[in-house]
Design a protein around this ligand. Structure first.
Ligand SMILES: [Zn+2]
Ligand SMILES: [Zn+2]
Length: 370
């Protein structure tokens, strides 16, 4: 029997409710994770506001939010013999692990075609019903129950919980995005937005051999941080308030060509037309940030046609990339200023304060420690 707390999310706008719940056993193939920490990501905040409806994804209410988590194995399912991670590394009770927060079925036509991001029977953390067993359906709780068939990876001993907690979201996401747009050696990249995703995008773009990485944002500290994450040039929106002058600057920085890849990680549709103008002939626009439905921008499709430009929308990532993301993070943890991305920690009981502070952006990033 496993007893622990969850921070139950009853409805948007309502405070989280700390409840004690208990499950009798762990089913065959399932793995019970003792959560160490769960970050508060932008999509958790959107869900909290009701802007990103977990119900729209087939989710239940009440539920438990939280998906960027790291933990250790508390228990294996009854009778399970196979105790290794998705790389064949042995696992035991106590092993520290990370896992994608979504669970492709591995059997539908899209999974079989190698597109697990488009699984037709996708399960996900934060969508389960927290009013009935197994209760532990999101990261903000003492435990999280990993469903049978989930991909998981052991965390190397030299990678801290603080750094590992976000690896299954932002970093894996941008790695997958840059794969989807096939960023190649020597290409120019523009990144719209220098939040966590933008900073990782700069670092990964450089690691993939980008020639020039240009980052746009309005906050001077973020632009300075972008440089230490690999940006060659930055463009300040406050210094360059005109779209036309920003587009001209990017052209100048790229020998008049524009960028082969532009990455949108602002999360505002109004930046899309600007980004499309910054693309080179044959360029690819990587759309990651806009996750709130119903918001639009005006578009001139001839600009895509005449210049052979492509827009690629990317959500989630192929699960094996999480392993690559762990390797990337482990090998770059001392060469990149990762410590500046580490979140402020709050105990589970203070989750409401943590959400309010993260929402007001009075702290860069918040994490719930359990
Ligand atoms: Zn996230
Ligand atoms: Zn599937």
């Amino acid at each position: 029997m496993f007893e622990g707390r969850i921070a139950r999310f009853n409805a948007p706008g309502e405070p989280f409710e700390i409840r004690r719940v208990c499950i009798e056993s762990v089913g065959a193939g399932e793995i019970l994770i003792k959560v160490h920490r769960s970050n508060i990501c932008g999509s958790d905040l959107h869900a909290w506001h009701g802007a990103f409806a977990t119900r729209g994804l087939g989710g239940a209410m009440p539920t438990v939010l939280g998906h960027e988590m790291v933990g250790s194995i508390a228990a294996f399912g009854d009778g399970d013999e196979l105790r290794e991670d998705s790389n064949g590394e042995p696992l035991a009770v106590g092993s520290r692990v990370v896992f994608p927060y979504f669970f492709p079925c591995h059997h539908c036509r899209n999974c079989l075609a190698g597109r697990r991001v488009s699984c037709l029977k996708m399960g996900m953390a934060m969508l389960g019903d927290a009013s009935k067993p197994p209760y532990f359906v999101g990261g903000y709780g003492d435990y999280f129950l990993l469903p049978a068939g989930a991909v998981l990876y052991k965390v190397p001993d030299n990678l801290s919980d603080e750094l590992a907690s976000g690896v299954n979201c932002a970093l894996s996401q941008v790695m997958y995005g840059l794969e989807r747009v096939e960023l190649s050696l020597g290409e120019n990249v523009v990144i719209q937005g220098a939040g966590g995703l933008g900073l990782f995008a700069a670092a990964v773009a450089k690691a993939r051999g980008a020639k020039m990485v240009i980052v746009l944002d309005s906050v001077p500290e973020r632009l300075e941080l972008a440089k230490s994450f690999g940006a060659d040039e930055t463009v300040s929106l406050s210094e360059q308030p005109e779209v036309s002058s920003r587009v001209r600057l990017v052209r100048e920085m790229t020998d008049g060509l524009g960028a082969e890849v532009v990455v949108e990680v602002v999360g505002d549709p109004s930046v899309v037309p600007e980004g499309l103008k910054m693309l080179a002939q044959g360029g690819r626009y990587l759309e990651i940030g806009n996750i709130n439905m119903g918001r639009t921008y005006e578009a001139d499709p001839s600009r895509l046609v005449m210049a052979n430009k492509t827009i690629v929308g990317v959500s989630l990532y192929e699960p094996h990339l999480l392993s690559n993301a762990i390797s990337f993070l482990t090998s770059h943890q001392h060469s990149l200023p990762m410590d500046r991305l580490v979140a402020t920690s709050f105990p589970l009981e203070e989750i409401n304060t943590a959400f309010e502070m993260a929402d007001r952006r009075s702290i860069v990033r918040a994490s719930i420690v359990v």
